[in-house]
Each structure stands twice: as structure tokens, then as C-alpha cells.
Design a binder for this molecule. Structure first.
Ligand code: SF4
Ligand code: SF4
Length: 314
């Protein structure tokens, strides 16, 4: 396999009919999408759309519901790799493959549509080489028969298209999560078998912000982590601060990238348990003191279990 193919394999973009050519932001594409085109809405009637944590924040805010309600009603979970961390995709309208937000007039959540919808027909390839510790963005053009926008008389660069689609904020605020997914993927078995609690925690901290906020407010969290009043106030009121903090917590819990101070007693227990685990060769919840006091139900868990059972029965 060539290096180029390896990079595309590492992309968090789910399987798409991507032309395997990586493009830079200054590459020129020919494309225009508009309401009078004969394929209007065709792309929204056959969806496979992965959501980023920032997509979920925007959409749940727009709909005026909690992240928990949003996940339950509009998404379904998937695993990035077998027994690995989870992601969420749009759940189509029942019995169809149509987006729940598509209407005759177009997208009913247009101003808050997710990253993938904004990028289409460009695919973002967030990639990382094995010998580098930073990610690179490149792009690929997706050409599908149903999309006639490629025949419209308009040429522009990918950077111009990104700007037109309001992608700068989405890229910026989705970047930490994309890096996290790449990190999990490139770490592979090196991070061990992640415990069920870790996987649930990852899911909650990435996608279910309102439930994550409850966790931050919980006694177990207060007992374990040393967060000053100013930051705590931000976490309780500001979704974007909470999003950034969730990334720090995941890195601390799953990759031992410690950036959140722990209280003295909790730190001693943590270090003692870590030493004990190392001696016993364990990689489990005991390394995460605050998790024990928090029961983490996770939407979609039943579906993931059912899918694993199906795979096993095959
Ligand atoms: S969110 Fe909007 S643009 Fe995206 S698939 Fe649904 S209807 Fe189409
Ligand atoms: S199929 Fe292509 S051109 Fe048609 S509405 Fe969707 S993105 Fe626009």
C-alpha cells in the first residue's frame, strides 16, 4: 500500500466514493449547488453523515433540546473500529435513508447544518503520518452520479468554497476531536483494551455535553479534580468551554496527558492504583477514580451490543 493510501485510511471520514487524490486548499473545483438544480435534495435523501461534537452542540441548540434528547432522536452510534471508541451518525427517517431535516424547501436546519453537509462534495482528510505528532488537512473531491452540481458553470478554490460554507469555525472547533480520533486510531492496541467505562466516558464527553456537564457538577468530580471557581462557572454556563474541557479530560483519562489538577487524596489513590495496576498488568477503571461514582448510561449502547452479537453469530 502506498503512503498516500495509508493516509486516506487514517481519515475519520467514513467510507465514501472518494477519488483517491489529495487536494490542497488552493485546488480549483467546478461546483455549484442551488435550489433550482434538478438534483435538489438528492444528497439529503441518501445519507451517511457522521457528526462532530461541535455539530451536535449547534444542532441541539437550534432545536432547543438537550444533547441527550438529540442523540436519542436524531442519531445512531457506531464504532470507529471493533471494540474501540464510538462516533455518531445521523439516524435517517424511519424506513428510508433520508435525513430527518430535509423538507421540500431544502434543509430545515441550514444555518446549523453539520460539517459533512457543508463540505460536500469536498471531503476533509484529516491525516497524521506515523512519524509526526501533528495532523494535516487535505481534501478530496467526491463525485457521485446523483449530484449534478459538478456540471454547473462555476469554478472556485477549495479554500473559497470552505469560506462560503462557513467552515472555518467548524474546522477550528472540530479539530481537537478529529485529532483525538486519529490518536486513538494510530495508537491502536498500544492503549490496551479500553474498559467499557472508558468507552462510555469517551462517548459522553464527546457527544452528550449536557450529561457531561452533570458529571462535572457531580460529587465524584468535585472530590477528585481541583478546578477553580472561575473555570467551574465557565463549564456550567459555556458549551464551548465545556467542549474544550471534555477534550482535556479524555486525554487525561485515556492517554495520561494530565492537564487537570487532582486533589491531593485523589491523586495519592490514583498513583497507588496506577502502580498497582502496572504491577498487575491491568488497564481498567481503577485508574480513573471519579468514574466509579458515576453511573454512565449511554445512548446507543444496546445497539452496539446487538451489533456485536450479530457479528459474533455470523
Ligand atoms: S442536515 Fe440538512 S444539508 Fe445535511 S443532510 Fe440533512 S437536510 Fe441535508
Ligand atoms: S446532489 Fe449535489 S447539487 Fe444536488 S442538491 Fe445535493 S449537493 Fe447540491
Amino acid at each position: 500500500m502506498s503512503d498516500d493510501n495509508k493516509l486516506i485510511d487514517d481519515s475519520p471520514i467514513p467510507d465514501t466514493p472518494v477519488i483517491p487524490a489529495q487536494l490542497e486548499g488552493d485546488a480549483v473545483i467546478q461546483f455549484r449547488c442551488h435550489k433550482d438544480i434538478d438534483c435538489f435534495n438528492a444528497c439529503c435523501k441518501n445519507i451517511d453523515i457522521m457528526l462532530t461534537p461541535y455539530d451536535i452542540l449547534r444542532l441541539k441548540k437550534r432545536l432547543g433540546i438537550t444533547s441527550t434528547e438529540f442523540l436519542r432522536q436524531y442519531t445512531e452510534p457506531f464504532e470507529f473500529a471493533r471494540n474501540s471508541v464510538g462516533g455518531v451518525k445521523y439516524k435517517p427517517k424511519e424506513g428510508t435513508n433520508e435525513c430527518q431535516f430535509v423538507t421540500e424547501e431544502g434543509c430545515s436546519v441550514y444555518e446549523d447544518r453539520p460539517t459533512s453537509c457543508r463540505y460536500y462534495p469536498v471531503g476533509l482528510l484529516s491525516t497524521r503520518r506515523q512519524d509526526e505528532n501533528f495532523d494535516r488537512a487535505s481534501y478530496a473531491l467526491v463525485t457521485e452520479d446523483h449530484c449534478h452540481g459538478h456540471f454547473e458553470d462555476r469554478k472556485l478554490t477549495i479554500d473559497e468554497y470552505r469560506e462560503e460554507q462557513g467552515l472555518e469555525d467548524y474546522d477550528e472547533l472540530g479539530r481537537a476531536w478529529r485529532q483525538l480520533i486519529l490518536k486513538v486510531k494510530s495508537a491502536g492496541p498500544a492503549i490496551g483494551n479500553m474498559s467499557k467505562t472508558s468507552l462510555k466516558f469517551f462517548f459522553m464527553a464527546c457527544y452528550d455535553m449536557d450529561r457531561f456537564r452533570e458529571f462535572v457538577k457531580s460529587e465524584g468530580f468535585g472530590y477528585t479534580y481541583d478546578v477553580d471557581d472561575e473555570l467551574m462557572q465557565q463549564l456550567l454556563t459555556d458549551d464551548l468551554e465545556l467542549l474544550k474541557f471534555a477534550d482535556r479530560m479524555i486525554r487525561q483519562i485515556m492517554f495520561a496527558e494530565e492537564s487537570i489538577p487532582m486533589k491531593k487524596d485523589a491523586m495519592e489513590t490514583h498513583l497507588a492504583n496506577r502502580g498497582k495496576n502496572k504491577l498487575e498488568g491491568k488497564h481498567d477503571d481503577i485508574d480513573r477514580p471519579s468514574m466509579e461514582s458515576y453511573e454512565l448510561p449511554v445512548d446507543g449502547e444496546a445497539e452496539i451490543e446487538a451489533r456485536k452479537k450479530e457479528d459474533k453469530d455470523k
